[in-house]
Design a protein around this ligand. Structure first.
Ligand SMILES: O=P(O)(O)OC[C@H]1O[C@H](OP(=O)(O)OP(=O)(O)O)[C@H](O)[C@@H]1O
Length: 292
C-alpha cells in the first residue's frame, strides 16, 4: 500500500526522519488560526489507495487535539485508504482512575476518541500503570513500540560501567530489560507520591556496585521531581552525579532547573517529544513498526 507521512505542526523533524527511514513522501499539515481562534486545517490530498500516517506526539495535548481531529477527518473524506496516527507520546494515560468522586477517567475517554478516528495508533512505551494494556484504556487499535533496545544502545555507547537504577516500581520493566541488554547491574528504588510535585524515593542496597556510574532510568520526566529525588538520594549516599535517561521528556516548566539543582550530570531522552535533551532517535523503530 502506498503511504504518505503527514506532520502536524511541531512534528516535522520526526516525520522527516520517519519518511527517510521508510522511503515514503512526507508533507506538513497546515494549521492557521483565525482571529476567533478557530483552526483552518489543510492537508495534502491522498492519492488513490494511499495510507495517510499522521505524526503528532501528544504531550501538552489539548490544543493539538482539534487540528488532529480535523486532519484525520479530512484525510478520510478525501479518500485515504487508511488513516493511521503515530503519537510517540500518548497523553492522559496517567489519569487512569477516578481518584476522587466526579473526576474524569481521561485515559478511557481519550483512548475511545482516538479509536474512533484512526485505523491504527502507534505509540512508544505508553504509561500503563494501573491499566495493563491500551485496550483497557479504550484504544483497541493501539499498537505499542518498545524502545528499550534504543535506550540500551545509547547507554552502552556513552556510559562506562553503568548501574541502571529505576526510581520506582513501575520503572522496573525498562530497568531489567536495558540492564540485561548491556550486561549491567539493575536495581529499583521505591517511591511514594504525595502530590503532583512531591515524591519521596528510597534507595535499595546498592553497596555491591560501588564504583559504577549510576544511570537513573524511567519512562517519563514530567515535573522532574521523581528523578530529582532519586538523584538527591544517590548523592546523599555518596554516589557520583547520576545521568538521567527517560523515554519521554515531557519536561514541564522548571524541570531541567530542578534536575540541575539536584546535581544531575546529564539528562537524555528520546525524540518522542522534540526537546533539547532528545539524543535517542526513534524513527527507525517507528518505521519498522509501521511496516510490520
Ligand atoms: O517527573 P514527575 O513529575 O515526577 O513524573 C514522572 C513520574 O511519574 C510517573 O510515575 P507515577 O507512578 O508517579 O505516576 P502516576 O501515578 O501518575 O502513574 C512516571 O512513571 C514517572 O516516574
Amino acid at each position: 500500500m502506498k503511504r504518505r507521512i503527514h506532520a502536524l505542526p511541531g512534528n516535522q523533524a520526526l516525520a522527516e526522519d520517519l519518511a527517510r527511514h521508510g522511503g515514503w513522501p512526507w508533507t506538513t499539515v497546515q494549521v492557521r488560526r483565525f482571529p476567533d481562534e478557530e483552526s483552518l486545517v489543510t492537508v495534502t490530498p491522498p492519492e488513490k489507495g494511499e495510507e495517510a500516517v499522521l505524526v503528532c506526539t501528544l504531550d501538552r495535548p489539548d490544543p493539538k487535539l482539534l487540528p488532529l481531529l480535523l486532519a484525520a477527518g479530512t484525510l478520510r473524506e478525501l479518500g485515504a485508504a487508511r488513516v493511521v496516527l503515530v503519537a510517540p507520546y500518548l497523553a492522559y494515560l496517567r489519569q487512569d482512575a477516578r481518584f476522587h468522586p466526579g473526576e474524569a477517567v481521561a485515559a478511557g475517554i481519550f483512548g475511545r476518541l482516538l479509536d474512533g478516528l484512526f485505523d491504527a495508533v502507534l505509540t512508544v512505551d505508553p504509561h500503563l500503570h494501573r491499566l495493563r494494556t491500551l485496550a483497557e484504556a479504550g484504544l483497541s487499535r493501539g499498537r505499542v513500540v518498545h524502545v528499550a533496545a534504543d535506550l540500551a544502545a545509547w547507554i552502552a555507547a556513552h556510559v562506562a560501567h553503568p548501574l541502571i537504577l529505576g526510581p520506582d516500581a513501575e520503572s522496573a520493566q525498562w530497568v531489567h530489560e536495558v540492564a540485561a541488554r548491556i550486561d549491567a547491574p539493575g536495581a529499583v528504588a521505591s517511591k511514594v507520591r504525595h502530590g503532583d510535585r512531591a515524591v519521596t524515593v528510597t534507595l535499595p542496597d546498592l553497596s555491591a556496585w560501588r564504583g559504577r556510574t549510576p544511570v537513573l532510568l524511567d519512562d517519563i520526566i514530567a515535573s522532574g521531581h521523581t528523578m530529582a529525588e532519586a538523584a538527591r538520594a544517590l548523592r546523599a549516599a555518596g554516589w557520583p552525579t547520576p545521568i538521567c535517561v527517560a523515554v519521554h521528556g515531557v519536561l514541564a516548566e522548571g524541570a531541567l532547573d530542578l534536575l540541575r539543582s539536584a546535581d544531575v550530570a546529564r539528562v537524555v531522552t528520546t525524540d518522542s517529544i522534540a526537546q533539547h535533551t532528545a539524543r535517542i532517535r526513534l524513527a527507525g523503530a517507528l518505521a519498522t513498526a509501521l511496516d510490520a
